[in-house]
Design a protein around this ligand. Structure first.
Ligand code: NAD
Length: 515
């Protein structure tokens, strides 16, 4: 079955309920919450209730934090090589269970199986990267800063850290967070998305099978209340958040006010600039994949296309190609795009498309009324293309987060850059061109943190970091890569003096200087 089996937990009541209840993970045990309030986890292709998450009680939340706090001293003193080896084992186990993980993601989140494999794989790469943590977190050393005195720096773990996840990458985003945090020596409390918690539970099972000791990784389920409890808790030192701006800015403000570190990856409106000299076929393929892949529910989706000059004439071909994409349940082998996450998401997307039409945009392709045979209840939207969109329209200003491309026109590269740079978001932007000079000007002047040159979704691999900017990010240390290691560690500097001190040199109260 695609639902997690919680095999490491003793067979207990939550396994036998129908629908099954997703357990919390506290101090190494998968436990059913005492809470009677639950939220259904719904298969977006069928509306079937896959499982239910509990709204974890405050007492249970405190127990999870206490377990993480208790596990910290011995975990931080566990040799870094041992911690790395657990990640090395974890990457092997994730590969072993890749199909199971992907199937669970398709069931709970809706994306196609192939795309779900990509979701797991992009997270797996962060686990692989964490296997080199000893080198990544090395300190620095300067001998003889004054006569006989040396200074060195050490990167130490913070203590208990927490992660709060969105629905759109149920495996990748938890894996952006806890592998880096725990390999640095921290312990962790993870709050998965209430919409698709299964992959987090399966990954935690694998982490424990790989040898992660009890209490190092804990999982609690819930929504706003538990998030606020995470922000307020005095024992939690840092929070990784990925999701919408509404939640992200709230968490950033509330947790920062408590003195916590926060890294907050948020919403986006990524532009693809099409220059008339671009390779037409390659560009159209890239635009289709980046606009409609995962039904547009990627924070790095290219949701806005800016056609420069004559390239606008490619729109007809874009529409024809988009018509050929297969909308189906993610589990079906021929599916190019699956459903969107919820009925509410579908309504919001359709409303934004309608508002575009009402403010003067032209609907070249309308996927709102699609019916998928066999999955009539699914939250499907077919590829949708709006053209003649202007910067004042709601469908341009809001993140649509669905399979909708909004198309605009610019007379020149300058005009196109102005459009991109006036947008409040700065996650990613891509240009399609065969001119190096144009690409270089774009790279230099564009105000977006992740720039693609003939690459539609320029998400860097984990040796770099995920570098959104402007309203797409709050904080100053990005996810994974060197910045991620810095986020999950604090610096201690040590200044030591080892020399035979001459006696009778007297006392000086002046500020020590080395001259
Ligand atoms: P969301 O903000 O609704 O939910 C994210 C998490 O925050 C969930 O765990 C949820 O329980 C919690 N939450 C939601 N509202 C809250 C509130 N008012 N108070 C406290 N907690 C709250 O986001 P989502 O719909 O799950 O995910 C989609 C969003 O995530 C999109 O905006 C997308 O661009 C963004 N995203 C960004 C990145 C990135 O790296 N920049 C990556 C993936 C997704």
């Amino acid at each position: 079955s695609a639902s997690p089996r919680f095999s490491t937990a003793a067979e207990s009541s939550f396994n036998h309920r129908n629908p099954s209840r997703v357990p919390n993970l506290i101090g190494g045990a998968f436990v059913d919450s005492k809470s009677t309030s639950t939220i259904d986890v719904i298969n977006p292709a069928t509306q079937e209730v896959v499982s239910q998450i509990p709204l974890t009680t405050n007492e249970e939340f405190k127990a999870a934090v206490a377990a993480a706090k208790q596990a910290f001293p011995s975990w931080r003193n566990t040799p870094i090589t041992t911690r790395q080896r657990i990640m090395f084992k974890l990457q092997e186990l994730i590969r072993r269970d890749m199909d199971k993980l992907a199937k669970n993601i398709t069931t709970e989140q809706g994306k196609t199986l192939k795309d779900a494999h990509g979701d797991v794989f992009r997270g797996l790469e962060v686990v692989e990267h964490s296997c080199g943590m000893a080198t990544l977190k090395m300190g620095e050393y300067v001998p003889n800063v004054a006569s006989g005195i040396d200074t060195y720096s050490i990167r130490e773990p913070l203590g208990v850290c927490a992660g709060i996840c969105p629905f759109n990458f149920p495996a990748m985003i938890p894996l952006w967070m806890f592998p880096v945090a725990v390999t640095c020596g921290n312990t962790f409390v993870l709050k998965p998305s209430e919409k698709d918690p299964g992959a987090s539970i399966m990954l935690a099972e694998l982490a424990m099978e790989a040898g992660l000791p009890p209490g190092v990784l804990n999982i609690v389920h819930g929504t706003n209340d538990i998030v606020n409890a995470i922000c307020d808790d005095d024992d939690i030192r840092a929070i990784s958040f990925v999701g919408s701006n509404t939640a992200g800015m709230h968490i950033y403000a509330r947790a920062s006010a408590k003195g916590k570190r926060v890294q907050s990856n948020m919403g986006a409106k990524n532009h693809g600039i099409v220059m008339p000299d671009a390779n037409k076929d390659a560009t159209l393929n890239a635009l289709l994949a980046a606009g409609f892949g995962a039904a547009g529910q990627r924070c790095m989706a290219l949701s806005t296309i800016v056609f420069v000059g004559d390239s606008e004439s490619w729109l007809n071909d874009l529409v024809e190609c988009a018509k050929g994409l297969k909308v189906n349940a993610g589990i079906e082998p021929n599916a190019d795009l699956g459903p969107v996450i919820s009925k509410q998401a579908k309504e919001r997307i359709c409303r934004l498309v309608q508002s575009g039409v009402e403010s003067g945009a032209k609907l070249l392709l309308d996927g709102r009324n699609i019916v998928v045979p066999g999955y009539e209840q699914g939250n499907f939207i077919g590829p949708t293309i709006l053209t003649g969109v202007t910067a004042d329209m709601e469908c341009y200003k809001e993140e649509i987060f669905g399979p909708v491309l909004v198309c605009m026109k610019a007379d020149s590269l300058e005009d196109a850059l102005n459009i991109v740079n006036r947008n409040r978001y700065g996650n990613g932007a891509s240009i399609f061109t065969t001119s190096g000079a144009v690409a270089r000007k774009f790279q230099t002047e564009v105000e977006a943190g992740q720039v693609g040159i003939n690459v539609p979704i320029p998400v860097p691999l984990p040796f770099f970091s995920f570098t959104g900017n402007k309203s797409s990010f709050a904080g100053d240390l990005n996810f994974y890569g060197k910045a991620g290691v810095n986020f999950f560690t604090q610096i201690k500097t040590v200044t030591q003096q080892w020399k035979d001190l001459p006696s009778g040199s007297g006392v000086s109260l002046a500020m020590p200087t080395s001259q």
